[in-house]
Write a protein that binds this ligand. Structure first.
Ligand code: G1P
Ligand code: ZN
Length: 538
């Protein structure tokens, strides 16, 4: 039986960089998730009888909202739901399933790298038939609907048993509980040379992978320890936990500090990697070296031809605006285009759909390709392993060799987290008001607010981050986070290019010290936020 439940709008159900993301406690209010899911369904057209993929990263509250989403999908006319066993699907695996099974779209329950548990965050994201996040005009429409919603539709059904694989019926809709890993693992086998990687590992090449008690555990376990023959224990924190073991499931050198220490300080393995809450981010480490995500994108692009899936070469590359310009240099040498997009994965989707690019990435530990329409943590790990298996050099040799060829782009991101939102707005407004006066000072040759015109659909996005560009090509970029759930987070991105190989072995924070100081004084960070230094440096 389908019921219509009367409801009233909640303020602030505004999707950010990656869907609606709020504190768990907010999501636990009666009707909160239902209002949002109904607004999502109401924004769709032509979904009757279609397939919906549903899954999440296993965080606290996942199990409840999965059941709600299934019951609401049945009441809103979907013909079939594909749901991962135990309600689990990594974000890239969900993207692949949507594409492979020609689904109408998918609902992904995740707050990505944000902490979980009852005091943590939760999120709901809509992906469409291309496997990618819903575009801005649709999320704007969803938001508008959350402001006027009066009722939602839900089927009166018993909870679906998500532990058992197989297909059944729920309220006239087919519900298939599927292995979350199988299709994804098959996709990886179609892209990479598993024989070459197996022989690298059999030769004693050692790997440490940190799944951060999040969704990639089962994926990494099956692929690394199962298919590639890595020794048991290669995957650490392999069991997804509702609170991620109390940790922040964000694969950067700070939150994956133990792994970074194991590789960079103790030099205890040949290759190290980690992924985030929902499996779309990646951290890459070698013995004694941390590879910045911007460098990783450039290095994958330069070596892509060594892997079967990309042996034909790349159509083009895209990077988000704050990501370093290292990939641009590779694109130039390959004679292909490099697109600069606003932050957030959704902007890559139209370039990928149109076949203009093959690889894309962001400085925030996100890299991927045309195989899905999301970033993909394990994919990046396997691409690195495939390249390592072919080149038989260490990670450090590959990275320093890349710098010798293209120069090194020193790069750092300074985050000022959970600062006062009004102060952060004033800081940004203050910079915007001074574009003309700043130009010409301190070697700044251009100051602007980044805007983007999508070359495929013509859509225009403005206010995407303030850029100070220096005569020597250096940059300082300021933007406010669109994924935080408390106050505002100011992100400051700083980079400078160094062509001279004799100056490639320096410490990034020291090398960038002048620009770092300028980033603080020019914007008046301490005055506007009350913070003399960032809360996190990556
Ligand atoms: C952050 C990252 C951005 C990424 C997004 C989703 O968004 O900076 O690159 O696409 O998470 O993973 P932000 O909080 O900066 O808006
Ligand atoms: Zn994520």
């Amino acid at each position: 039986m389908i019921r219509s439940i009367a409801t009233t709008p909640f303020a602030g159900q505004k999707p950010g960089t990656s869907g609606l993301r709020k504190k768990v406690r907010e999501f636990q209010q009666p009707h909160y998730a239902e209002n949002y899911i109904q607004s999502v369904f109401d924004s769709l057209e032509g979904h009757a009888g279609g397939t919906l993929v549903i899954g999440g990263d296993g965080r606290f509250h996942n199990a409840d909202v999965i059941q709600t989403a299934i019951r609401m999908a049945a009441a809103n006319g979907f013909g079939r739901v594909l749901v991962g066993r135990d309600g689990l699907l990594s974000t890239p695996a969900a993207s692949h399933l949507i594409r492979k099974y020609r689904a109408f779209g998918g609902i992904i329950l995740s707050a990505s790298h944000n902490p979980g548990g009852p005091d943590g965050d939760f999120g709901i994201k809509l992906n469409l038939a291309n496997g990618g996040p819903a575009p801005e005009k649709l999320t704007d429409d969803i938001y508008a609907r959350t402001g006027t919603i009066r009722e939602y539709r839900i089927a009166d059904l018993p909870a679906v048993d998500l532990n058992k694989l197989g297909e059944g019926q729920a309220g006239g809709m087919a519900v298939a509980v599927i292995d979350p890993v199988a299709d994804y693992a098959a996709l990886m086998q179609s892209l990479f040379d598993f024989d070459a990687m197996r022989s690298l590992i059999a030769s004693g090449f050692s790997i440490a992978f940190d799944a951060m008690s999040a969704v990639t555990g089962p994926y990494a376990h099956r692929i690394l320890e199962g298919l590639l023959g890595c020794p048991a224990g290669t995957v650490m924190h392999a069991t997804p936990l509702p609170d991620f073991g109390g940790h922040h499931p964000d694969p950067n050198p700070v939150h994956a500090g133990d792994l970074t220490d194991l590789l960079v300080t103790r030099r205890a393995a040949d290759f190290g990697a980690a992924s985030d809450g929902d499996g779309d981010r990646n951290l890459i480490l070698g013995r004694g070296i941390y590879v910045t995500p911007s460098d990783s994108l450039a290095i994958l692009a330069a070596n892509a031809r060594l892997t079967p899936g990309y042996a034909q070469g790349l159509a083009g590359i895209a990077r988000s605006m704050p990501t370093s310009t290292a990939a641009d240099r590779v694109a130039a040498s390959l004679g292909i285009d490099c697109y600069e997009t606003p932050t957030g994965w959704k902007f890559f989707g139209s370039l990928l759909d149109a076949g203009l690019i093959t690889l894309c990435g962001e400085e925030s530990f996100g890299t991927s390709s045309s195989h899905v329409r999301e970033k993909d943590g394990l994919w990046a790990v396997l691409m690195w392993l495939n390249i390592l298996a072919r080149r038989r050099e260490s990670v450090a040799e590959i990275v320093t060799g890349h710098w010798r060829e293209f120069g090194r782009t020193y790069y750092t991101r300074h985050d000022y987290e959970e600062v006062d939102a009004d102060g952060a707005d004033r800081l940004m407004a203050g910079l915007r008001a001074r574009f003309v006066t700043l130009t010409g000072q301190h070697g700044i040759c251009r100051a602007d607010d980044f805007a983007y015109d999508d070359p495929v659909d013509g859509s225009h996005s403005s206010g995407q981050g303030i850029r100070l560009i220096f005569e020597d090509g250096g940059r300082i970029v300021y933007r406010l986070s669109g994924t935080g759930t408390q106050g505002a987070t100011l992100r400051v991105y700083i980079e400078s290019h160094e062509a001279d190989p004799l100056r490639h072995g320096l410490d990034p924070q020291q090398t960038l010290a002048r620009l770092i100081d300028l980033s603080r004084s020019l914007a008046g960070i301490a005055a506007h936020t009350g913070r003399a230094s960032p809360s996190i440096i990556t």
